[in-house]
Each structure stands twice: as C-alpha cells, then as structure tokens.
Design a protein around this ligand. Sequence first.
Ligand code: HEM
Length: 604
Amino acid sequence: MPPPPPEPGEQAPVVAPKNDPTPHNMQPHQNSHHQKRNTEGPSPAQRSEPSPTPQPTLAPNQIHQHHHPSTPPPTKNLRRTHHHQHPPNQARTKHHQTPKQRPTASTTPTTPQRHRHEATQWKQEQTELSRRNLPPSPPSLPIVGHLHLLKQPLHRYFYKLYQALGPVFSLRFGSQLVVVISSPSGTEECFTKNDIVLANRPRFTIGKYLGYNYTTVVNSPYGDHWRNLRRIMSLEILSTNRLNAFLSIRRDEVRQLLYRLYQKSSTDFAKVELKSKLSGLTFNITMRMIAGKRYYGDDLENSAEAEEFRELMTEVFLYAGASNPAEFLPVLRWIDYKGFEKNLIKIHKRMDALLQGLIEEHRRDRSKKTLIDHLLSLQESQPDYYRDAIIRGLISVMILAGTDTSAVTLEWAMSLLVNHPQALKKARTELDSHVGQDRLIEEQDISKLPYLQAIISETFRLCPTAPMLIPHMSSDDCIIGGFDVPRDTILLVNAWAIHRDPKLWDDPIIFKPERFEGGEVEGYKLMPFGFGRRACPGVGLAQRVVGLALGSLIQCFEWERVSEDLVDLTEGKGATMPKAEPLEVMCKARDMMKKIVLHGRNHA
Ligand code: HEM
C-alpha cells in the first residue's frame, strides 16, 4: 500500500548526510558558540511538528499594504530613530536574553485580553530591544510597528529607506524585527562570517502548507535535514551529469517554441504574447525532467490533467506572492483574515494529490527515465529517507523555485532588448558570426558568446527575479555593519537596491550589457542567485535554460515593439518580480529559420 498523502504535520525523517555537500570554500567558521548551536540544529520533533503557536511570519512579497490615513508618505517620515547611543563598531556588552514567549491559545482566551496582552508584550519587547544597538529605523506605531508604512513594491520602498537610513536598517513588522541590508559589504558580512547564523528561514504560513511543514529544502531550518536535501539536489537532481542527460528535453522544448512562433510569423511580422509562451517553456522543461510530461502547448498527452495542472499552478503562484498581513498580526491570524490559511490548505491538498498521482504512475511503470523514477530507485535502497513525502517536497521545490524564475528572466530580457534595438542587433551579429545561419545555437555555444552572456547578466542586474533573495532568519545574535542583530530577526538583502546603487554602478538605471563584457564582477555587487550556504542550487539549470532560449529567440527571429512607445518596464505583484503587463512584441522569422524548418522540425 502506498503511504497516504501527508498532512503538513507529517514528520520528515532526519538522516545524517554521508557527504556534506557544503563547498570547501563555505566551511563553517570557527566560532564555537555559533557552531555548536548550528551543528546540533533543531531536534527532529522541533523540525517537523507544526507549531501550535501563531508565528509572526510574512514573506517580503506577501506584505500587505496598510496605509494609515494619518501617516505622512514614507519618504517624508524617515527620521532616524537610533535605539541606542553606541556608534557602530564600538565595543559593548551584548544582552543575551532568552527568546520571547509568544501568546498561545491557552494563555490568551478572549479578544480584549489578547489585545492587552499584545500591547504589553509589544512594550516589553521594545524595552528589551532598546538596550541594544539596533540598526536605525523610522518611527513606528505600537502593535503594527512599521507595517502601516510599507509600500509595494517593497524593494523600491526599502531603497528609499536605505537612502535615508543607511545600508543597514531595521523595521518592525508587528512585533517581528526585520533587518534590511543594502550594501555589498553588509552582504559580505551576512554570507561569510555570519553565514551559518543567518542560514535559517522564517516560518511563514506558506511554508507550512506549500513547503510541507517547513521540510522542503527552501523552507527547512539549517541543520542535517536541510543539508541532506541540498546533497540530494546537487548530486541526484541538478548535477552536471543529470543536467547533461536532460539536454534533449531543453533542446526539444526550445525548438517547439521556435516552431510555434514560426507558424505565426513565417511571412511577415506578427504580434505575439511572449509571457505565456516562456512560462510554458520552463514548466514543460521542468515537468518533463520530473515526470516526462508536458502540460503546456500543443500535442498534450492528457489535456484534462494538463488543464488541472495549469489551473493549480496559477493558484499556487498567486498565493506564493500574495499579501497576508496576518503573518505579523496574530489578531488577524486568529480570525483567518480573508480565509488565507483555509485556501492554502485546499491548494496544498490538491497539489499533494497531483504529485502523489505522478509518483503512483511511476510506480506502476518503471520504464520512464525521469527524476521521479530515479528518486523511486533511491527509495528502494533507502526507504526511510526517500519517503513519498520527501519526493513530493523535492518535486514541488523544483516547480516553485525553478520555473517562474527563469520564465520571468526571459521576459525581462526580451523586454529590455526590444527597448534597445542596438543591443539586439549586436547580439544577433555575434550569433551569426560564431554559430552561423545553418544551424541552431546549442548550449555549448553559450560560453563563446560573451555579449549574449553580458545581456543576461545585465538583465539579472536590473531585474533580479528574487529582488530581496529569499528571507533569512538569525538563529543567534550577530553583528552586521557594527549593529546588533538579535536572534530570531528576519534578514532581507535588497539585491535590487545594490544592483542599482550609483555608488557601485555607472549609469545604474541604463541597460548597458557592455559593462559586463570585461568579465566577472568582483565583490558582492551582483547577486541574482544569492551567496553562501543558502544560495540557489539551480543556477546551472537556470543559466542553461535562459542562455539557450534567449540565444535561440535572437538567432531565429527579428523582434520589434508593437508601437513606437517603449515597452513599459513596471514591476507587477508576485513572488518573482514579474512584469506588470505581459510582454507583447512583433516577431518575424529570419530566413535561416525558414531553411531550418524546411529541413524538418526534428532535425533543426
Ligand atoms: C533565473 C532563475 C533563478 C533565479 C534568479 C534564482 C534565484 C534564487 C535566489 C536569489 C535564491 C535565494 C538565495 C538566498 O536565500 O540567499 C534561490 C534559492 C533557491 N533556488 Fe533558485 N533561482 C533560479 C532558478 C532556480 C532553479 C532552476 C531551481 C531548481 C530547479 C532553483 C532552486 C532553488 C532552491 C531549492 C532554493 C533554496 C535554497 C535553500 O534554501 O537552501 N532555483 N534561488
């Protein structure tokens, strides 16, 4: 009998890894205090039990915009409030305190009592924190802290705060302390000397349901379980060998996209909506690697299943980027503000059933050479670790972290290129001279195309799909930029702000791929994939998909804007900094594409 689909409370087994996947340049540093805490990690029970206590959690992209009618606009309200007299870097005594107890259902029975309790708690916390040398912050209100000031998109609002308060500042989301870093030196401090202390993740509600009760590699706390999942990801799922084995999937999907565009534009310019096509491309690549199935485009094996999958994904991504002020205001959580949690439970159940269905199919037919099949083989030899719940968690991470990020990057790259026809022309000339017009670009060509790579780097600089990385959480007190960062602080790195800082980049808001032609960027100025232990493990796959798809689109088609007006580059809402308006462009097949199509689609 297959195990039943787990509820979010299902425990993930914890097995000490045989090989620590931590790269040698990322070995734990010799701080015995931190090292002890982190190598021990949380107990298995702590790791897998759903917390009965309301957690103050909210992803940066989930923050609801509370605008207090009497509050002046944020930029006018940015007086520094120093919590402490010490200047940064001055030696001082740290106040080590036990973590604060949050209210539980049994201690806070009625609403008025809860409100009083919250207010008292807030006061106590303020007093505790005022003893520390916290990073500067704007004036705040009781209970809500700075929540009422927040404005979307957060990375832009935090950039303004950086200009007013400096590269390390702090905010309160309800009672939760949040520190925002906006400089390369601050980032370096986070991901070198403080890398282990900051390697935890906050426990957002979304991680409870879509993150399998904080047991997936994205959500789980730093420790053996997370380390083991990273090992599986780097050795079994995203290793160079495995990526090479799936090369034909990436080629085929890119070619199917080219063919579909060709059908529309073989004789003249045609208007195409690119966003959905790019999203279909990355979903199909991922799902074919995972389960050997395509769910987007033509020739679908099972269109009802595909439709269900597409529908579910739309909801999942909507929730992944949705606002949920209840994360930080327990009072809203108790009433399940806007039914957020109820809906998440429903989505989780549907997603779980779908993924379990794929696993069952593979169990019945073991001939498919897919990632699920490979993980089932590992399950045979190590059934305790590779349980179905772990496999479902790994698959869901690949889908959630690995599809939209690459699709959105491609959409931004194409938007920037049609706004800068000179760069587009230069990239095409490079492709024509290095690859020619008799064959299509292959992944191995990318390393010989510096201008194409420079376009990709420039796109990552201006439009990072994780503009504030993924939130980190401190597991202990640490110091950043001379300021105290207490244990249980959420840490956000504003990569978007660093990528556009005029102190670091010439003409920072201008699209200028030439700035990357000189080679690698030094220091901590460019970080689309993050740094340190929790940096993105999918960088190799992402670079291959983005490089091949973008190179192919440039090589095979002419691209123009739909009107004289520049493409609007405003960011919309969502987990991956999408473009507000889906990209529409004019596209016309080049002669080389016609020749290749005449030779037959599969030999292209
Ligand atoms: C353009 C594409 C992508 C971008 C820009 C991107 C960016 C990022 C960033 C900024 C982080 C957070 C780093 C931090 O917390 O400090 C991250 C984490 C992660 N990414 Fe990616 N990513 C991309 C594609 C992928 C792909 C293709 C996969 C896998 C198939 C993937 C899997 C993950 C996972 C599992 C994590 C969490 C790592 C952990 O918490 O230990 N990503 N990514």
